[in-house]
Design a protein around this ligand. Sequence first.
Ligand SMILES: Nc1nc2c(ncn2[C@@H]2O[C@H](COP(=O)(O)OP(=O)(O)OP(=O)(O)O)[C@@H](O)[C@H]2O)c(=O)[nH]1
Length: 588
Amino acid sequence: MYFVCGFISWYASAQPNSINSDTSSSFNSNLNTDTDPKGSVDSQFVVISSSDDHRSLVNNKLFLSKPDNTITTAQQALMVFNEGEFIENTANRVSFGFTEEVLWAVLPIQADTTTDGGLSSVIEIDNAWLDVVDIFFISGNEIVRQESLGDTEAISGRTYNARMPSVSHVFAPGSTYVVFRFISQDPMTIPIYLCSEKSKQSVMLENAYFYGFLYGALLILLVYNLVLYTYLKERRYLLYSCYLLAFTAFNFTYTGHGYWWLWGEMPSVQQWLMPTLMLCYITAGVTFTIEFLNVKKYLPSLFARRKFIYAGLLALAVVMLAYGSQQFAIMAQLVILTTLSLWMLLIGVMCYKNGNVLAAFFVPAIVLGTGGATVSSLATWGVVPYSQWAFRGIELGMLLEMSLLSVSLGFNFKEVYKARLSAEFTSRIDPLTNLYNRRAFTQLVYPIWELGVRKKQRMSIVLIDLDWFKQINDEFGHDAGDGVLELVAKTIKARARSSDLVFRWGGEEFLLFLPDTSVSDAKALAETLRLSVKEITSESITTVTTSIGVAAFNAQESGGTKIEGLIKVADKALYVAKQKGRNCVVVG
Ligand SMILES: Nc1nc2c(ncn2[C@@H]2O[C@H](COP(=O)(O)OP(=O)(O)OP(=O)(O)O)[C@@H](O)[C@H]2O)c(=O)[nH]1
């Protein structure tokens, strides 16, 4: 809001009175404007006829000082106003862009009452970032009251406890001239409301709900993504969280919440936090975009030049500090921020074209964020009627943007999870035979082994080695050898029980772990396998025989045996089978 307002109103200010928007029709019946057809200054009063519920934007009833004025005091302002030297704000302008000048404004108010107590009303400037907001109440050429409410003044000096500069005043019967003095290094945006105490309270409540919802939703997104980061250790979740946090902190500052609640006694902190957080927000936005869109893969040439972007931002920070001008800092960053939105969109579209699926979420998200900001700016500019909801467009847009980005990160989470599962699965599977590989052995067999030992169950191991396999490779080629290995694996798998675990143990070596299987059953299975392999392979390129070693765990005899010991026994038996001339089963 802050930056788009500033940037657009900067241009808007170059075209004064270009937009006509009359909000007088929205005035409450208790708050009337009395304008005579000639538009003479004296009759241009806002009339308060009762202290009942009312709330209206009164910018179109303001009279504004001319550029280059030399006014220094409120009385002088009133004098110049009475001479007809103020400009009537019939265009209902709210925003005046960046200006070094002091802006004086006069709001003539008529309290239409005869009671001595007068009529109470609250004046509220619906903008928390203005540096100087001095309000003078002048009756009968006397300043009857003065308030200083800008954010260069400590919060404790305010008589009305509200986030937006506000003052409650009892208007004496007759006319009161409210003279405003505005100075701001930030965009000069001055939506002025006149309202009853009751409506002021209900607006504050509405705001509390709105920001409670906004910050609550942003907090949920933040926690959700931090949890994902902790779990997945993927940088994009962390960078999204930083981007979200930077936006929230920046918003918390320019909406005046931080100043109202946390650092209200430190005006200089408020002054410098805004440009500083804006820079953090820009940097977080750039970093997040690069990571989220995987620019390294989809736009490598840009990725190679990213250092220049960061160097530029760092240079800006240095110049900002060295130059020491808050206004310069803000203006420079407004330009960059506007460019950033367009840059993010462009990069998103380019990455999408280059095949990045996540960009399909990213582009609409940025469009929503930028769209909300545009609504806010147009409201400030006067193209759409100014209202608090239109003013909040940026916040609603950002909430949608952040939510959509979070959804896309959730989508990414699903993809990453699937990829991990498949990587985990493939890391345990031998790609040629689709049997478990040696790495899976520890994970799968150890728990069953431990349980079997505790329960004193019988368990066996069968180690199968193909005979003269080197010759098969040499004679028929490596591919044909692969085909034989696949066939043998299928045969073993088909003959084994579903509770048996079959591993490709080495090049042409297979291991079966048989839970709850006695040595005689294991030997019988080994014989079956030997015959099956021989028989089945005879139908392929050549007949393949196998040598098999069997070892069994017996709780009574081999109590303390470890599984590695049992494998060694099977290995020795296999060696003996080879020694005996191959194509046989030996029990160890
Ligand atoms: N085609 C193919 N061959 C493999 C693979 N893994 C290992 N081998 C081959 O298997 C052969 C094993 O040879 P040796 O260890 O001499 O054993 P052998 O020829 O079967 O002789 P014995 O075991 O003594 O009967 C080697 O030539 C390896 O290159 C594989 O995945 N595919």
